[in-house]
Design a protein around this ligand. Sequence first.
Ligand code: KG4
Ligand code: ZN
Length: 349
Amino acid sequence: MTAAAQGGGPGTGPTANGEPFVILGIETSCDETAAALVADGSSVISSVVSSQVDLHARFGGVVPEIASRAHVQVLTPVIAQVLVEAGLEGSGIDAVAATIGPGLVGALLVGMSAAKALALVWDVPFIGVNHLEGHLYASFLERPDLELPTVVLLVSGGHTQLVLMEGHGRYRMLGGTVDDAVGEAYDKVGRFLGLGYPGGPVIDRLAAAGDPEAVKFPRPMLNDGHDFSFSGLKTAVVQYIRAHPDTPVADVAASFQAAVVDVLVTKAMRAAVDTGAKGICIGGGVAANSALRARIVEACDEAGIASFVPSREMCTDNAAMIAAAAWWRYQADGPTSLAVGASPNLRLV
Ligand code: KG4
Ligand code: ZN
């Protein structure tokens, strides 16, 4: 029996027999059904992500009820696949972790209930994880030596936040969006341009062939602290297309993206200067964006601070990042009570 199964709590590192501590992570907060096995919070043994994007595409966004049902259908096969790929059975798992928020309540409940059930059956701890903390820990999976404090720019379909990570589990919220999340703006502009859902990857691709200076879109709140606003920019794009329907889509995409990236990079750099951070990491689905990835590295190089841009798979939702965050959470707080509920609006700090 491992240290965890014996009830090892905060500070528990490796298992009692010196074997790596293996966490099964489960992620079902939105439209990705994912499971992963991670050893000692840093080594991914296996990871599977099943995307529901095709189910939601014709509705132009995620439909919560469809998401929950799809999680119910595919979660068991996804978990089975990570176990088979790793050649492990329940007896090789030291803890089971799942996202408990923020996210869609029905979707969260599916993963969380499965994780609790498996923890009971295998007699190992359950660890509830904040999805946003998962995105922060995606960077540590690929760069365990990341120096702290670091500014993390967390940009996804549901979130746009600037966080100062001062230590493991120690965060300071520097700023956030006052209206739409940046991924939401990408998806809404994409829908208006008839590009399907999600809009981000398509706009990114189209922008590569367009002129980023074709249209001078506004840079909302550029010189104004650490908060963001993307709703006005989205409306400016919509109004421009209505007034100039013949503008090439690639030019609109490139100009919209230039405005977004200008704002994100300027604000992340300001946050690093204001806090004296040693570097900047990016995370969340929008961190897969080519222009953002290139510009943040350039800006950090110029400023002489470190930058870290995770692989694209680690930017979008996955369960390896949940298992990695769970490892640190478990060492700090021990197991999570099985009485914990799903928290659709869970905050990082
Ligand atoms: O983190 P994520 O997978 O799910 C949420 O927690 O929201 O992020 C999904 C978001 C979507 O809004 C999608 O359009 C955006 O990330 N996205 C991108 C790119 N790839 C995904 N946005 C801009 N450029 C991309 N390459
Ligand atoms: Zn996410």
